[in-house]
Design a protein around this ligand. Structure first.
Ligand code: DGL
Length: 265
């Protein structure tokens, strides 16, 4: 008997695809439900109360409908604000997305690191704790960028996004005191690994952009290590809370992540 229950990935938009991709690389037969709360996108400019009130309820509805074996909150904003209430509301394992401050500090020679996330994420006490625990000897520069989230979404829809827009975002870190010595940047929003190559291309010098996705994928594989999977890949479903513009470029992109069907919550 194989177990047909899916893994449920959750984000405000397409960012969680950066966590889904490394997970599929390790667990290629895992049935996938990818849920995007596009009706409430973007999360990064919302209040803590709004996120904490919405995410556990939504994940309750999604788990009731899709009966997943495990949930991945593939969103730093939702994880840093709502991980505990989601865990309290669900009786299955919930994996959160923690800003990759520890690996960014490990990668840094200069001991100046950047944390690039949403406005909501970079102001969280959770980030203070990670910085104190894993980067106590580093200068930790933070920058929240709703613009970069929008650029990642536009890029995935197949739209042209100008280099200058990426450069303006990176300047938000590089222009801070100490920014001239920063050598490593934690991509603390799951949207950002999707456009990390664009950031690397316009950076004035080589910077390490640290993506937490592969570590989360390994965690999912570990937590499900004793479970069975279908014997062949299963078409995945992308579920949206609001209307989408199903352009061929967008649908093709989703299909590239194994998401062959779309549905509405
Ligand atoms: N992808 C999300 C994150 O990791 C949120 C982006 C947004 O909706 O602002 O924080």
């Amino acid at each position: 008997m194989t177990d047909p229950r899916p893994l449920l990935f959750f984000d405000s938009g397409v960012g969680g695809l950066s966590v889904l991709a490394p997970t599929r690389a390790i667990l290629p037969h895992a049935p996938i439900v990818y849920a995007a709360d596009n009706a409430f996108f973007p999360y990064g400019v919302k209040s803590e109360e709004e996120i904490a009130g919405r995410v556990p309820v939504l994940l309750g509805r999604l788990t009731e409908r899709y009966r997943p074996r495990l949930v991945v909150i593939a969103c730093n904003t939702a994880s840093t604000i709502a991980l505990d209430p989601v865990r309290a509301a669900l009786d299955i394992p919930v994996v959160g997305t923690v800003p990759a401050i520890r690996p960014a500090a490990l990668a840094s020679q200069t001991r100046v690191i950047g944390v690039l996330g949403t406005d909501a994420t970079v102001r969280q006490p959770y980030v203070d704790r990670l910085a104190a625990e894993h980067a106590a000897d580093c200068t930790v520069l933070r920058h929240g960028s709703a613009a970069l989230v929008a650029l990642a979404e536009a890029d995935l829809r197949g739209e042209d996004t100008p280099d200058a827009a990426y450069a303006a975002v990176l300047a938000g870190l590089l222009d801070q005191p100490g920014g001239d010595r920063m050598d490593s940047v934690a991509l603390a929003c799951t949207h950002f690994p999707l456009i990390a190559d664009r950031l690397a291309a316009i950076a004035p010098r080589p910077l390490s952009f640290v993506d937490g996705g592969p570590g989360i994928a390994r965690r999912v594989a570990w937590l499900t290590r004793d479970q069975s999977w279908p014997t062949a890949p299963v078409p995945g479903i992308a579920v949206f809370t609001g209307p989408i513009d199903p352009t061929p470029a967008f649908l093709e992109h989703l299909a590239g992540f194994g998401l062959d069907r779309t549905a509405r919550l």
